[in-house]
Design a protein around this ligand. Structure first.
Ligand code: ADP
Ligand code: MG
Length: 243
């Protein structure tokens, strides 16, 4: 899908090692892939297979031990900390399992927070937060506090916050991990709408087929290597074949 559009992520032979008492431990063993603008990709794999490590590399939250990573055509593997921070704030929206909202700030202020770093003034921030909260179905809750809304609503606020600087890419690590099945589907439907209607590139980590099936493409990691990279439907069909 979307093979006609330009690559947003190009990774070649990405390796990540952590130091340990017994020497370096290799977590990612030379991952190569291309993700194009507008793709909706699920990353799956057993616990400990390197999904979060991989997402942290994609999100410029950590740097690879070796290998190439181009994001939007820029060689992020060669950037320093300040440059990476600028890329994160400008190009990437993050959504986490635990929502990560500031408990003492209103929903509107939570959504608008990344705009402060982007240098937008108060009126702009307020208008954009209102627009995005409306988009995720919480337009009348701008002044509410995070502790007074449900987990599903908190994740909607986090998605609105991720969108605030018009990112090309949204990275979500187990975004439905703390939500019940029904709410998980609502969140995945919201992601699907953002992907279809606005062409936002989405990469979502999950270990549930039921959540992953909303994506078009599956990248499956096992022990830090790509075990499957292809259409989601083909993989789901294969799972259902009698053995
Ligand atoms: P997943 O998200 O697929 O469950 P992770 O990427 O979190 O897997 O972890 C993959 C492996 O890397 C695990 O064995 C984990 O213990 C190890 N690991 C993750 N982060 C670190 C770190 N900062 N230092 C050392 N080992 C780590
Ligand atoms: Mg993880």
């Amino acid at each position: 899908m979307n093979t006609a559009t330009a690559p947003i992520i190009e990774i070649h032979d990405l390796v990540k090692e952590y130091a340990s008492g017994a020497g370096p431990v290799r977590i990612l063993h030379g991952i190569s892939l291309t993700i194009r603008r507008g793709e909706f990709v699920a990353v799956m794999g057993p616990s400990g297979s390197g999904k979060s490590t991989f997402m942290n590399m994609l999100g410029c939250l950590d740097v690879p031990t070796s290998g190439d990573y181009h994001l939007n055509g820029s060689d992020v593997g060669r950037m320093n900390g300040d440059e990476l921070a600028a890329v994160r704030n400008r190009d990437i929206g993050f959504v986490f399992q635990g929502f990560n909202l500031l408990p003492r700030a209103t929903l509107g202020d939570n959504v608008a927070l990344p705009m402060i770093y982007a240098g937008k003034n108060r009126e702009e921030r307020k208008a954009r937060a209102q627009e995005l909260l409306t988009r995720v179905g919480l337009g009348d809750r701008c002044d509410a506090m995070p502790g007074l809304i449900s987990g599903g609503q908190q994740q909607r606020v986090a998605i609105a916050r991720a969108l605030v600087n018009h990112p090309a890419l949204i990275l979500a690590d187990e975004p439905t991990g703390n939500l019940d099945t029904h709410t998980s589907h609502d969140i995945m439907e919201l992601f699907t709408r953002l992907n279809r209607e606005e062409g936002i590139t989405l990469i979502v980590v999950t270990h549930e087929n039921d959540v992953a099936r909303f994506a078009d493409r599956l990248v499956r990691l096992v022990d830090g290597r790509i075990d499957y990279d292809g259409p989601m439907q083909a993989w789901l069909d294969h799972q259902q074949e009698p053995s």
